[in-house]
Design a protein around this ligand. Structure first.
Ligand code: NAP
Length: 282
């Protein structure tokens, strides 16, 4: 079982060391968190980010706006964040309420502070291999998890199920930059199971509760499966895209949901924030 916690702890240790180096220069890496509305899961997540950042010696600045806030109000905050030299990274909770122009707001944030890779300029960096901005945190979390568990990427065949800009496309690009061979699947893919069975590494990011069972994987205990999905089944239980109980016995390794990739994502956001602070101060 590829648990996220040891990966998160290893990343946090690296981040803590970088924060200590920056403290010597008088720099305290600071993350702005912008939340619109009072979605309980967003509020819980915000508290956990604030707590984790504090445990690493980092600072957070929370901007909590009402559900009826306007695009202009959020845009003004993002402009302030962009202009403030003491803020190094920004996390904007999404999805934003429907009346807001989410694309405009994502692109408003400068890539140097876009620690979750939400803007087009940051994504351009992922696709061109240019080192401006940061990749989406969950995509980077997948790569960090594979590296942590010494799972070879170079030369591997990776099938990615999903092609969103949040996870499917960027994780495929990051793996491609690391010399994996990629098969990208989506809702119109014919014979999805064939593509999943052919891979050494399967990344499931389609948001379909327990949709991929024993029939979607080989039974030779050779495949590595990263389940990025965060879903709730009909009984309201949190689960991934993969039927963990059915698939775990027949693959080499698999990330559970919960306690898998999701727990690494926050560590990546904080790592990106410390890296952004280091770039600003160099
Ligand atoms: P999304 O924007 O809805 O994209 C879903 C992707 O899955 C689309 O590319 C879609 O294909 C594809 N898909 C849908 N049905 C499919 C099918 N039957 N067969 C094959 N592909 C199919 O969702 P997302 O933002 O990428 O998120 C995906 C999942 O990851 C969600 O469960 C989300 O909660 C989770 N997530 C987790 C984290 C984390 O920290 N662990 C972070 C982000 C997202 P089309 O393009 O053809 O529509």
């Amino acid at each position: 079982m590829l648990y996220g916690k040891p990966v998160a702890e290893a990343l946090d240790a690296r981040t803590r060391a970088q924060v200590e180096e920056l403290a010597v220069q008088g720099v305290a890496p600071t993350l702005a968190i912008i939340r619109v509305g009072e979605d309980p899961s967003d509020m819980t997540y915000e508290r956990s980010v604030v707590k984790r950042a504090a445990s690493l010696g980092m600072v957070t600045a929370c901007y909590d706006l009402p559900e009826l806030a306007t695009t202009r109000e959020v845009s003004t905050i993002i402009d302030d964040v962009n202009a403030n030299p003491d803020i190094h990274g920004c996390l904007l909770f999404r999805p934003l309420p429907e009346h807001m122009d989410e694309g405009f707001l994502c692109d408003r944030l400068v890539p140097e502070k876009d620690v979750d890779g939400i803007g087009h300029k940051s994504l351009t960096g992922v696709f061109t291999g240019a080192h401006h901005g940061f990749p989406p945190a969950t995509a980077r979390a997948c790569v960090e998890l594979l590296d942590h568990y010494d799972i070879a990427i170079e030369g591997a065949h990776a099938t990615v199920v999903g092609r969103s800009l949040v996870i499917g496309l960027p994780v495929a690009q990051l793996l491609l930059h690391r010399h994996a061979t990629i098969t990208q699947c989506h809702s119109r893919t014919a014979d999805l199971a064939r593509h999943m069975k052919a891979a050494d590494i399967v990344i499931c990011a389609s948001g379909r509760a327990r949709a991929y069972g024993a029939d979607h994987f080989r039974d030779d205990r050779a495949q590595v499966v990263l389940d990025v999905g965060i879903n709730f089944d009909a009984a309201g239980t949190l689960c991934g895209d993969v039927d963990l109980d059915a698939v775990e016995p027949q693959v080499r390794a698999i990330t559970p949901v919960p306690r898998g990739i999701g727990s690494v994502t926050t560590s990546v956001i904080l790592m990106h924030t410390a890296q952004a602070a280091a770039r600003f101060s160099s």
